[in-house]
Structure formats: structure tokens, C-alpha cells
Ligand binder design. Structure first.
Ligand code: AMP
Length: 367
């Protein structure tokens, strides 16, 4: 279903997924006068805690999805791994933004890499791999080191194995097939990029086709999980422009309505290679809450409600640090630091590797 009219304040935005991205989006929606209905299998999810209504049900629960669709004016996602049939059911009843086509590209690493390459955007060399024999052939072509990744449901380094000089390929394949629990495991093998750094760009595109991007971010990962984001990225202005134009090109080509985060590797010889993209708010955009006129969550809500986009201009330079697992125990000390802005996600249990919150520190803008 489609409608081109801006959704008036007081309307209800349905958000699929109950994590911190949904939570911060729900807060931004509330600031603009909207109500939010969260759909997530998790009881007392971070997003449900701040929403007007919450449905706790599996993403495949037809009856729950139908009731959800009947109670909301638009549907969006803070999590893109939703079964196609569920998105179809929702799309037949209510506007879904971004569209199924965008989610389909972003859900599967082979679709994503094909999309990048077909649109002239370079990636690491890659091959689709669906058996131990195909892995051997792909490693012979791409060389070592390389990274084997599941095509679906991988994030924060989950579903990834590094293929080093001495890695036994049959064992690596068995581990991957075992961990996905699937007889028909499909992966991609990617060349390992010994990068100079990682850059991400978040771009919003409205119903009217107008887009607006935030300044590219410089990201440091620890154990595959984002640790720190720094703005501005310490890279040449020409690379900033190239990163922005890659993201704008992706949003335009996809016909995106919503938000798109594109993650890029910067190689040591100065090339940008696309790694992956996510059609939703992104961890590397959390700095925008404290450092921009319009932050990524408000921009997301504006785009999915058909409103004009806000200014993404940054008034300050910023560093955002994730609080992972036990890090969040220092909340009181962080609150005692006058330069720190603390954000906590309402998660009761601090498991290792779990994103519990983040802290942003601002500096006067230099350039
Ligand atoms: P991903 O799940 O693809 O975002 O990967 C998580 C992180 O693993 C990335 O942000 C990189 O730090 C690292 N990584 C993923 N793919 C590669 C690669 N082909 N070469 C080097 N590092 C990689």
C-alpha cells in the first residue's frame, strides 16, 4: 500500500524490532508527536519500554502481524532480517518504508555485493560458496587470508570465520554449516582487506526523493563490534566526497524511503570498498543525537512519515564510544564527567558483547 501524504502527528508508527535502534527511534517519534507500536518477539524489549504499544510475537506470527498492521499508519524496521512473507503481508495492508525490495538487497550478502558491483561500487573480491568443494575453489581464486561469512543473519562478526594460511577448509566449512544449523548453508568468501580504516555514511531519502547525508564517520571495531566512532573522519576531503556520493547513489538506485547506512573499508592505497549496508539507523550514527541539528533517528522518522527531511549539519565534532557488556557499570562515573553524554538502552542483563549503551563526547567543530 502507498500514500504520498505526510503522516500527521498523532499517527502511529509501527516499528519491527525491539532493540536500542527502535528505542531511540521511538523517542525521536515521540518528540514529533507520534505514537509508536513495537513488534518484537522479546518481552520488555528496550524499544517496548518507551513505546505506546508493544506486541510480543514471532516475526512469522500471521495473526499478530495482521493485528499490528490494522493498528498502525506506517511500518518500518529497526532490524532488517524479517521473513519475506511477513513483509509481504504487511505491505498489502499498510505503507512499508523502506520497501521490501530494499530489505531484500540488504538481507543477503550476495544480493548486497551484486548490487554494489552492478552499480559501479567496488567491494572486496568475493565468491558465493555453498559447499566444501566450492570453498576450496573460491580460496584458490581469491587467495588467503580471506573471510568466510554467512549470507544471512550475520552481524557484529557472528557467522564469520577467517581463512588464514593454515586454516583447514573442510573443518571451516563444517563449522560454518554446523553453526547455521542448516543443510543448505550459503556463504560468501571475501578477500581479507588489510584496511587503513573503516568509514560509514548514513543517508536519508524522503518520499519526494530528496536526500540528506550525515558527515562520514570513522569507525574502530574491537572483536568485530563497533567500539568508537569519530567525527570528522580523518581522511582527505576527496574521500569524504566519494563516500557521500556512494551512499547517495545507493539510496537513489534503491528508491529508498528511510535511512541507509553504508559501511566502507578504506584501503591503504586510498580506495573505498563497500562492505555492507543497512536500511535503518546505524550504531555509527549515534553521535548525531548530540552533535547534529537533526539526528539520525529523527531523520528516520521524518523519512518514513513522508515529512521534509531536517538539516543533518553537525554543530560539533564528536566521539562516540559503545558501552559493551560490563562497560555500562561505570554509568555513575560517566554521569560525573561534565563532557560526557550518556545513553543507556534499558537492558537488564549485561552479557559479554552486548551493546548496553553509548557515551558521546563533543568538541568544538574544527572543519
Ligand atoms: P561485517 O559483519 O561484514 O560488518 O564485519 C564486521 C567487521 O569485521 C568489519 O567491520 C571489519 O572490521 C571486519 N571485516 C569484515 N570483513 C572483512 C574483510 N573482508 N577484510 C577485513 N576485515 C573484515
Amino acid at each position: 500500500m502507498t500514500t504520498d501524504r505526510p503522516l500527521p502527528p498523532g499517527s502511529t508508527i509501527g516499528i519491527i524490532g525491539g532493540g536500542q535502534l527502535g528505542r531511540m527511534a521511538a523517542v525521536a517519534a515521540a518528540r514529533l508527536g507520534y505514537r509508536v507500536h513495537i513488534f518484537s518477539p522479546e518481552p520488555d524489549s528496550p524499544a517496548a519500554q518507551v513505546a505506546a504499544v508493544a506486541t510480543v510475537a514471532e516475526y512469522t506470527d500471521r495473526a499478530a502481524l495482521e493485528a499490528f498492521a490494522a493498528g498502525v499508519d506506517v511500518v518500518t524496521f529497526e532490524f532488517e532480517n524479517i521473513p519475506a512473507a511477513s513483509v509481504k503481508l504487511l505491505s498489502d495492508r499498510v505503507p512499508v518504508r523502506p520497501s521490501w525490495k530494499v530489505l531484500d538487497v540488504a538481507q543477503d550478502r550476495t544480493h548486497e555485493k551484486r548490487f554494489f558491483n552492478e552499480n559501479g561500487i567496488a567491494t572486496a573480491p568475493w565468491r558465493r560458496v555453498a559447499s566444501a568443494a566450492e570453498l576450496v575453489a573460491a580460496v584458490a581464486e581469491i587467495g588467503r587470508p580471506a573471510v568466510l561469512k554467512t549470507t544471512r543473519l550475520g552481524y557484529d562478526g557472528k557467522g564469520q570465520i577467517k581463512i588464514a594460511e593454515d586454516t583447514d577448509l573442510a573443518a571451516a566449512w563444517a563449522e560454518m554449516a554446523g553453526s547455521t544449523g542448516s543443510q543448505d548453508c550459503v556463504c560468501v568468501l571475501e578477500g581479507f582487506i588489510d584496511f587503513a580504516g573503516e568509514v560509514s555514511v548514513i543517508v536519508a531519502r524522503g518520499l519526494d526523493g530528496v536526500s540528506a547525508a550525515f558527515d562520514p564517520a570513522w569507525n574502530l571495531h574491537t572483536r568485530h563490534i563497533l567500539d568508537t566512532t569519530t567525527i570528522p573522519a580523518p581522511i582527505a576531503p576527496a574521500l569524504i566526497d566519494e563516500a557521500l556520493s556512494i551512499a547517495a547513489h545507493c539510496a537513489e538506485t534503491l528508491g529508498l524511503v528511510g535511512l541507509l547506512a553504508v559501511e566502507l573499508f578504506l584501503t591503504k592505497d586510498g580506495r573505498l570498498l563497500a562492505n555492507e549496508m543497512a536500511p535503518r539507523p546505524h550504531n555509527s550514527g549515534h553521535w548525531t543525537i548530540d552533535a547534529c541539528i537533526t539526528d539520525q533517528f529523527e531523520q528516520f522518522i521524518r523519512a518514513v512519515c513522508g515529512l521534509p527531511l531536517g538539516s543533518p549539519e553537525r554543530h560539533s565534532d564528536a566521539e562516540m564510544k559503545n558501552l559493551i557488556g560490563d562497560d555500562a557499570e561505570s554509568w555513575l562515573a560517566i554521569l560525573g564527567d561534565p563532557g560526557a553524554k550518556l545513553h543507556l538502552y534499558g537492558k537488564a542483563e549485561a552479557r559479554a558483547g552486548r551493546k548496553m549503551g553509548h557515551v558521546t563526547r563533543l568538541r568544538p567543530r574544527r572543519r
